[in-house]
Design a protein around this ligand. Structure first.
Ligand SMILES: Cc1cc2nc3c(=O)[nH]c(=O)nc-3n(C[C@H](O)[C@H](O)[C@H](O)COP(=O)(O)OP(=O)(O)OC[C@H]3O[C@@H](n4cnc5c(N)ncnc54)[C@H](O)[C@@H]3O)c2cc1C
Length: 412
């Protein structure tokens, strides 16, 4: 991931292929996108301090890694210094780097994680587990005053789906698996975890558990706390293993203590998770509501109904206008269709185009189930003055839903 922003080099958001966006941003937030407002400090101009790492600890870490490298590479240290909150990005882009980790290690299995932790304890060093680095809570960053050696423990080599038990619908998955890779491995066996935070493409299972993450389909699948049945954690006191039982009535839950612990109790190496069969059909439909109040009331009625939808999302009028402003250069046919829709909404449904709100509702399951859900939701939407605008906007949303963090870099 880029040290100063989101995602991969070569992928970025631009206004150049979106004719309405420049005018929209000027009008709404007084931002002129024709001139560059700020650029990150060049990597070569950053003041990267020398790592504080004794030869003894370096040797102990390399031994723990089975002879593998303990990296003191400046870019590696920089990329592991912080998360991706707005505050993190602003400081990084200005060259205010804070306390960089001194060394980055990438253990290849649980034994190596335990050996690294032992080496850190013996040397009284600080150990910070690192998943995808998308944290927004500041937990990846050591204190500016920290004098002990800071080790960033990167879990990315622990990325496998180890086993799926079809009878109990439980999967054992290593903590460093990134969202897309994890889903790819499960989908290949016919299963899905169904956990899709906005940061899905660049975050890991261990990070989700350590931050008690929730995602865009958590209404249907549950958040990561609901999905996580058991954990394996390397702690300073030894290996902690909880059992994957569905529920217990035996006092405080150790699993619950690990959920959301932000790396403070130890390093999660593996978890057992509740998985579901990949649905037969999956569709996201777009809807328009006359006002925010109508859209919100419809979402509340859907939540209170028997409908089991996978996504419910409604934008306010500003976000709706932003979505329309980010459309790429439309063809003549697109322009005609869009004009026809606006006229239809105005004349037949009395919509004020400035106040209308865009919504996406997702359906998954067997064809019969999806059909029944669509009808049920359609009646609720209709009661609140909403209109279905079909599957094309939903398909576009589905393709682009993980790209929004790139917009932040563009606006910075
Ligand atoms: C643009 C953007 C969108 C986001 N959207 C969402 C969202 O929709 N839902 C949501 O819940 N969050 C969201 N987040 C926050 C962030 O993505 C989540 O907190 C995510 O779960 C972090 O995962 P990660 O793998 O990147 O972990 P990291 O950022 O690497 O680490 C996060 C914390 O967990 C600890 N940790 C990581 N791995 C382990 C491990 N194996 N063992 C022990 N501790 C560990 C770290 O030490 C740190 O304290 C978003 C963040 C950004 C920047």
């Amino acid at each position: 991931m880029r040290w100063w922003g989101w995602g991969h080099d070569g992928v970025s958001f631009t206004h150049e292929d979106k004719p309405a966006l420049g005018g929209f941003l000027r009008q709404r937030i007084d931002l002129d996108v024709s001139g560059v407002t700020s650029v990150p400090v060049a990597f070569e101009d950053l003041r990267i301090t020398e790592p504080s790492l004794s030869p003894g600890l370096q040797a102990a870490l390399e031994q723990a890694l089975g002879g593998g490298p303990a990296s003191t590479d400046p870019l590696d240290r920089l990329e592991h210094a912080r998360g991706k909150s707005l505050r993190d990005l602003v400081r990084h882009r200005r060259g205010e780097l804070g306390r960089l980790p001194d060394v980055v290690v990438r253990p290849g299995d649980e034994d190596q994680v335990a050996a690294v932790l032992r080496a850190a304890l013996d040397a009284d060093a600080v150990l910070i587990p690192f998943g995808g680095g998308t944290s927004i809570s500041g937990s990846l960053e050591a204190s500016e005053e920290e004098e002990r050696t800071v080790i960033s423990l990167d879990l990315s080599r622990l990325s496998g789906v180890l086993a799926v038990d079809a009878a109990s619908r439980l999967a054992r998955i290593q903590a460093g698996a990134f969202g897309p890779d994890l889903e790819r491995q499960l989908n290949a066996r016919g299963w899905t975890l169904g956990h899709f935070p906005d940061s899905f493409t660049h975050s890991t299972l261990g990070g989700w558990i350590a931050t008690r993450s929730s995602g865009m389909q958590s209404d249907r699948y549950g958040d990561i706390g609901d999905l996580t049945r058991a954990v394996r954690v390397v702690t300073p006191a030894g290996l902690l293993v909880t059992r994957p039982v569905p529920s217990t009535s035996t006092g405080p839950s150790v699993r619950e203590m690990v959920l959301g612990s932000e790396g403070r109790l130890g390093v999660i190496t593996e978890a057992t998770l509740h998985v579901r069969r990949v649905p037969e059909q999956r569709i996201i439909l777009g809807y328009l509501f006359p006002t925010w109040a109508d859209g919100l009331a419809a979402m509340q009625d859907i939540a209170a109904s028997e409908a089991a939808v996978s996504v419910t999302r409604v934008s306010d009028a500003s976000e709706t206008a932003f979505s329309f402003a980010t459309r790429k250069r439309p063809s003549i046919l697109d322009r005609l269709k869009s004009k026809a829709l606006t006229t239809y909404l105005r004349r037949r449904h009395g919509f004020d185009v400035e106040a209308m709100c865009l919504s996406f509702i997702g359906y998954e399951g067997s064809r019969r189930h999806v059909e029944a859900q669509r009808k049920l939701v359609g009646r609720i939407v209709g009661r609140h003055g909403g209109v279905c605008i079909g599957s094309s906007p939903g398909e576009l949303y589905d393709q682009k839903k993980f790209d929004t963090p790139y917009i932040r870099d563009f606006l910075l």
